[in-house]
Design a protein around this ligand. Sequence first.
Ligand SMILES: [Zn+2]
Length: 148
Amino acid sequence: MTDRSLISRPVPSRRPCLTAVLRMAGLRPTRQRVALAELLFSGTHRHVSAEQLHAEAHSSNVNVSLATIYNSLHQFREAGLLREVAIDASRSYFDTDTSDHHHFYLEDEQRVIDIPSSAIVIQNLPQPPKGMNITHVDVVVRVRKSRG
Ligand SMILES: [Zn+2]
């Protein structure tokens, strides 16, 4: 019996796929957007800050300014490719998993991890203001290592 994992195969490029995803989201697939999409969507779901993505871009020789990273992240969010998890006025993470779920914010590590939506029951939401619909409810549970 052969172990298929030992057979080396070329890793298919995700570039054509990401170009199509960007187009379908209504975004022109510029070189920078495709490069950032490759960094963001190459693997498992994750939460990334603009600063983290900027550092990743830099180490992958993708030369983009932090301002461009911010703009792209917000464009991806508006196009529905990312979800923003706002921790406070100056700190946001961008989630590649846009499905309904909640988050723990690990204050000591400044990191966000998922809470499945089924783990939190939200009851007695107030009626939204007249003429408005609730789009979703984000719960951020802030945690810190217990001392002693
Ligand atoms: Zn998440």
